[in-house]
Write a new protein. Structure first.
Length: 559
């Protein structure tokens, strides 16, 4: 596959171990074995530049580019820009960035559907000359009645039997801009009795007086996707055109265009799209969330957009692993978002440096400070033998999580409580001797004695901590599920926004080891016992802002 220099933020896409031999891999293997298409594999990823890509697109990207990479083939990136009123250069650039970040590169094979508008027009003229297309003047509302229902034949348009010469003249005048929007369309003349409504004289071209973000002001008629898609594939000699399952019913029209325009025999193959719990995947609904300021833009870490996942700190390798684990099938299913979290944790466990942070601090005053060591060392990552160690400062006053102390502990509570001993991470042991409270009886501090690690006391819990004298305050954003139910848009009679989780974002001030002030945007750490956190682009020098990427385990519950 032709490639260019990788983005500095991209991660190479290595061959996935123990690949599942799904049905598309099997089709391609069979085609290669029989020498179909000369033993070549050419795929394409054809997003419409009308929104930001999300993790459902990642499944398609990994499949399209992955099948090409596995078989020494080529994958094209093509903007499906047949509808100028919905598309924007901003989306085109974001798509390119997301594909590169995910670990793939199209090399020299970057195209637009609009690159082929002239060829599509010429082919439409050929269809008209052969009596296979005609100009129709029925309105959309009228056509609904003429098209009919699947169990009964439709009615022929009154304009269906114009001569090829009349149709060609009208089509050329449509291109010349003589008619207003919606006045006429070009239809394929196929079968008004077909049980597949997509084959009942479908629209090939419509009039739309609108400038195109890539083609400029040259056109006022634009091809429909079902007509343009097979032509684009054929021109680029796509051998395996991989689409999501909703396009299965469109495949007869795809084949009709290929055959009747006498084009390269590209083959469309459908697979089930990705559905994920506690989120929505519709670009329309994601746009609604963004435009109504219910989230903080397309890269909000609560969204399933690739830009949001990137900002949250999700590694692209984890997304590729997730897509491979989900697999490729022909049936729709709902994937638990916990699987994505597992893939994220599995990758970050091997790569993220360890550090300690306290999100809800409680002071611990050590009564025997002379027994404290001057400093403590801790491993940067026990999963990485080359990661080395870090120095952890300690002082007579520590900060621990408030939930790690209970004045009246419930049964089987093994953390710190009056008279109890607990291990503190990397350092030794604390034994609670007393507590301090304010005038209202609120707990303000715990007093404890320190015992060095070599005492080897038997305890059942280890808690984390930071030195109060050395800890640095930083802003931390705690992200949870965006919705409170697994399928927020399953009920079509209920507005999906009613299921938004009001607690999906909490912003707090945490106290961290001083080295974390050096964190750069995109740096990810494991806050021991708490989860994985990534420095946000909002970070400033010596003032990082951290997003919670994922907890250490999937313990989230709806509010």
């Amino acid at each position: 596959m032709t490639t260019s220099s990788p983005s500095p933020n991209s991660t190479p896409a290595p061959a996935a171990p123990e690949r599942n031999m799904h049905f598309i891999r099997q089709i391609i293997a069979d085609d290669l074995r029989t020498g179909k298409h000369g033993g070549t594999v050419t795929t394409r990823f054809p997003p419409e530049p009308n929104g930001y890509l999300h993790i459902g697109h990642a499944k398609a990207i990994c499949l399209d580019f992955g099948m090409a990479l596995e078989n020494n083939g080529t994958c094209h990136l093509r903007m499906d820009d047949t509808n100028p009123v919905k598309e924007d250069i901003e989306y085109t650039e974001s798509i390119k960035e997301d594909v590169r970040w995910l670990g793939f590169d199209w090399g020299e094979h970057f195209y637009h559907a609009s690159d082929y508008f002239e060829q599509m027009y010429d082919l439409a003229c050929d269809l008209i000359r052969e009596g296979k297309a005609y100009v129709c003047e029925l309105t959309s509302a009228q056509w609904t009645d003429y098209r009919g229902i699947p169990t009964q034949p439709g009615k022929e348009s009154p304009w269906r039997n114009r001569t090829p010469a009349e149709n060609l003249d009208l089509f050329q005048r449509m291109r010349a801009g003589e008619f207003p929007d919606g006045a006429k369309v070009l239809r394929a003349k196929i079968d008004m009795a077909s049980p597949n409504l997509h084959m009942r004289d479908p629209v090939l071209y419509r009039i739309l007086h609108a400038p195109h973000p890539h083609a400029g002001d040259k056109w006022c008629i634009y091809p429909m996707y079902d007509y343009a898609h097979p032509i684009e594939d054929a021109i680029e000699k796509i051998t395996h055109s991989l689409c999501t399952l909703e396009f299965e019913v469109h495949r007869p029209l795809y084949d009709w265009v290929i055959q009747n325009c006498h084009l390269f025999p590209s083959r469309q193959i459908e697979f089930a799209r990705l559905s994920l719990t506690y989120t929505v995947m519709s670009k329309r609904k994601l746009l609604e969330l963004v435009q109504n300021n219910l989230v903080n833009g397309w890269d909000d870490p609560r969204l399933p957009t690739l830009s949001g996942l990137r900002r949250r700190g999700v590694p692209p390798a984890a997304i590729r692993d997730f897509c491979e684990r989900v697999g490729i099938t022909k049936y729709d299913s709902l994937t638990d978002v916990a699987l994505l979290d597992h893939c994220i944790r599995d990758h970050l466990n091997r790569t993220a440096p360890r550090t300690m942070a306290v999100l809800d601090p409680l002071r611990v005053i050590i009564e025997n400070p002379a027994d404290l060591p001057p400093a403590i060392t801790g491993t940067r990552n026990p999963e990485d033998p080359d990661a080395g160690e870090r120095t952890i400062p300690i002082s007579p006053e520590l900060l621990i999580e408030r939930e790690d102390f209970s004045e009246n502990p419930p049964p089987k509570y093994f953390r710190l409580s009056p008279g109890a001993t607990v291990r503190i991470r990397n350092a030794g042991f604390l034994t609670c001797t007393s507590t301090e409270k304010d005038a209202n009886g609120n707990l303000t501090a715990v007093r404890a004695t320190f015992t060095p690690m070599d005492a080897k006391l038997k305890v059942k819990a280890t808690i984390h901590w930071v030195s109060a004298a050395h800890a640095k305050p930083v802003q931390v954003r705690l992200y949870d599920r965006l919705f409170t139910i697994p399928e927020p848009d399953a009920d079509k009679d209920t507005d999906f926004k009613t299921h938004l989780n009001p607690h999906s974002l909490q912003t707090i001030t945490a106290h961290v080891e001083p080295d974390l002030l050096n964190a750069q945007s995109g740096d990810t750490f494991q806050f021991e016992r708490l989860g994985y956190f990534t420095a946000d682009p909002d970070s400033q020098p010596n003032a990082p802002v951290f997003n919670r990427t994922t907890p250490l385990k999937d313990s989230w519950k709806p509010a």
